[in-house]
Design a protein around this ligand. Structure first.
Ligand SMILES: C[S@@+](CC[C@H](N)C(=O)[O-])C[C@H]1O[C@@H](n2cnc3c(N)ncnc32)[C@H](O)[C@@H]1O
Length: 262
């Protein structure tokens, strides 16, 4: 972690509130927002600045379109990311080619497959001359609510909650085995509706981590899901449908922060 002292605390300016209202997506630099289901760059930006120092290694399960990687490049943190979707990895590598920043490894890998994960991680670590990760972040699919690919190993193709959670546990076991003791682990997750009721997927995920790993829960941050003026018409249709029926519109997701104690 960066050391905070009376001289630098204002400049570091971490958001230490448990409620994050961020209304504008950062679209600067390489961030393009083309990938449906990506998170906003301000999430990894805050977490990386708070939980790592320059030169520390950031590891990301379910890396997607490179949002965290692009922040790592700007902030000078080496990076290893994993995704099952080869197309999105090609996109990220092509985008990265523009600046020729070499301190990263984007791995095409099923993060629930221990053998594949360990083989590729060993390669990635040696390429970056690192022994372990200083910070771990994961933004998994929210069950099958947004489908990312047709690959049956893609967690977004699982509709059964228990199977999904067991796969998440495998992924977290793999990722946490490379996080240094005392390092921080952040998970971004949302709740969903299924069969006419709320499935508190985020809380199930938090509970899964607390029950299965020796970690301390350091934060539950509620983050707004940002509005998008272009989608105002669609939002009105959703509002109308919600008012006609008995449900609420999701306007938030969660960021859970854990500290690894083993
Ligand atoms: C919610 S998205 C992550 C988006 C990312 N935060 C971004 O900003 O682009 C989840 C990602 O998990 C990937 N994924 C799903 N199942 C996976 C698996 N078994 N192993 C590795 N990646 C997987 C999907 O391909 C998708 O890119």
């Amino acid at each position: 972690m960066n050391e905070v002292n009376s001289d630098n605390w204002k400049e570091l300016n971490y958001n230490v509130d448990s409620l994050w209202i961020i209304n504008e997506r950062d679209k600067s630099g390489k961030h393009s927002n083309f990938y449906h289901g990506n998170f906003i760059p301000q999430i990894p930006n805050q977490l990386i600045r708070r939980y790592t120092a320059p030169g520390d290694l950031v590891m990301e399960l379910f890396a997607g379109s490179g949002t965290t990687l692009f922040e790592c490049e700007s902030l000078g943190r080496p990076y290893i990311g994993y995704d099952i979707n080869a197309e999105v990895i090609d996109y990220v590598n092509n985008t990265m080619a523009a600046t020729r920043w070499m301190w990263y490894s984007m791995l095409n890998c099923d993060v629930t497959d221990s053998e594949d994960f360990h083989n590729k991680t060993r390669q990635g670590l040696s390429q970056l001359n690192k022994a372990n990760a200083d910070f771990l972040i994961a933004h998994p699919p929210y069950l099958d609510i947004v489908k990312f690919s047709d690959d049956p190993r893609d967690l977004s193709n699982i509709s059964d909650l228990d199977l999904f959670l067991s796969k998440l546990k495998e992924a977290f076991t793999n990722g946490l085995s490379y996080l240094k003791k005392g390092g921080y682990f952040a998970v971004v997750m949302g709740d969903i509706y299924k069969n006419s009721e709320v499935v508190p997927l985020a809380f199930y995920t938090m509970d899964l981590i607390k029950r299965n790993f020796n970690v301390k829960l350091k934060g539950i941050v509620v983050k707004n899901i940002e509005g998008n003026r272009g989608k105002l018409g669609a939002l009105n249709i959703w509002k109308y449908r919600a008012m006609k029926s008995d449900y609420f519109l999701f306007k938030h997701e969660y960021i859970f922060v854990f500290k690894k104690m083993f």
